[in-house]
Design a protein around this ligand. Structure first.
Ligand SMILES: [Mg+2]
Length: 190
């Protein structure tokens, strides 16, 4: 089975749009640390999957086609500029209480695990909101919250920013591989 690092999208993969939504590609700004983090994840033998709530589709603020275009462009940019690929991008376009996939429910992680044969107990969920932590915990993953200050959180780890996330990931993925004795083959290769 595969191991995976699940990433929330807005605020982790790309700069947070604030209270609204990223409605078009021109407003999607990749976090500068993400290519390095994705390389790290890959080199330690983990898949990278994005799981994102996008209720703006349910409320009519944006179209499903616009959302899919953003995700297509994200994969293209990662490929062309960094030779990287996300294993999958799962999104929930439903409103509150309408589905089993909207975080803090774990539905998207469970679906990804089924699709890609992922062992959730060996996997991680990273987000900037306690809903991400909750979804990760309910799926059986270990969790990291990226939030400034002193957040009240059930996450296994929290870090104040993306630079610190990269350092933490390097440490915990290294430790995880040392314990399981697997996944070392790709290390150090670029
Ligand atoms: Mg977020």
């Amino acid at each position: 089975m595969k191991k995976c690092v699940f990433f929330d999208r807005d605020g982790i993969i790309n700069k947070s749009p604030g209270p609204g939504y990223v409605e078009r590609w021109a407003d999607f700004h990749l976090m500068p640390e993400i290519p390095g983090i994705l390389k790290l994840v890959k080199n330690y033998g983990y898949e990278a999957v994005v799981v994102t709530n996008q209720r703006g589709v349910a409320t009519g603020v944006m179209t499903l086609a616009a959302l899919e275009e953003i995700h297509g462009n994200l994969q293209k940019q990662l490929d062309e500029d960094h030779h990287l690929a996300l294993c999958d991008i799962l999104y929930c376009v439903h409103g509150e209480g309408e589905c089993e996939c909207r975080k803090p429910k774990p539905g998207m992680l469970l679906e990804a695990a089924k699709r890609h044969n992922i062992d959730l107990k060996l996997s991680w969920m990273i987000g900037d909101n306690e809903k991400d932590v909750e979804a990760g915990r309910r799926a059986g993953c270990r969790t990291i919250l990226v939030a400034a200050g002193k957040p009240v959180t059930k996450a296994d780890y929290f870090v104040p920013d993306m630079k610190s996330l990269e350092l933490l990931l390097r440490r915990v993925l290294e430790e995880g591989n040392a314990q399981s004795g697997k996944g070392k083959a790709g290390r150090g290769k670029e």
